[in-house]
Design a protein around this ligand. Structure first.
Ligand code: COA
Length: 150
């Protein structure tokens, strides 16, 4: 098992390393170019970028963005392949849940790939609506209720 720490992005070089790790995990495998891993919300003041770091290397990342006073959105959860299934994705989501509660949000939404559906189900998310295609991959919206969890 790898030792890792969860933290928030502190500076520009760290942010660029995070984007690269995001691209490697979420875009390169589907033949998408560098730059396609970013969107216009990444620089929003309400976007928080969380990273998992092991031996000074970013091995996991995820973004929390406030959509309204009640609703937060999780996007781009990515754990590097060689570090998957070691609890890092769970640790990132738990940290996001903790911060979302501090911000008094009431629920979290994620648009997840179906391949990660069981992961989100295990951490307490509930699916809603139909499966749909995004980037040629089946996706599903899922929600986490921050008011009814411990
Ligand atoms: C999905 C992902 C974030 C999970 O992170 P992780 O660090 O590997 O997950 P964890 O080790 O915290 O796993 C927690 C539990 O979920 C299960 N799980 C994790 N990924 C799973 C998957 N793809 N399918 C089924 N179960 C999965 C684990 O077996 C574990 O179960 P357990 O508690 O019974 O042992 C990671 O595999 C990943 O980045 N995948 C590629 C990109 C992706 O799909 N991102 C999210 C959707 S856009």
């Amino acid at each position: 098992m790898s030792k890792f720490q969860i933290s928030l992005i502190q500076n520009k070089p760290e942010k660029e390393e995070m984007y690269y790790q995001r691209w490697l995990v979420l875009r390169k495998p589907i033949n998408m170019e560098k730059g396609t891993e970013r969107d216009k919300y990444d620089e929003d003041y309400s976007s928080l970028h969380f990273i998992a770091v092991c031996e000074e290397q970013i091995i996991g990342s995820a973004r929390l963005r406030k959509l309204s006073t009640e609703l937060g959105s999780i996007a781009y959860l990515a754990v590097s392949p060689e570090f998957q299934l070691q609890g890092i994705g769970t640790a990132l989501i738990k940290k996001i849940i903790e911060i979302a509660k501090q911000k008094q949000l009431e629920s979290l939404r994620v648009m997840t790939r179906i391949s990660a559906y069981k992961f989100y189900k295990k951490v307490g998310f509930i699916e809603t609506g139909e499966v749909f295609q995004f980037l040629g991959i089946p996706h599903q919206f899922m929600y986490f209720n921050l008011l009814s969890s411990e």
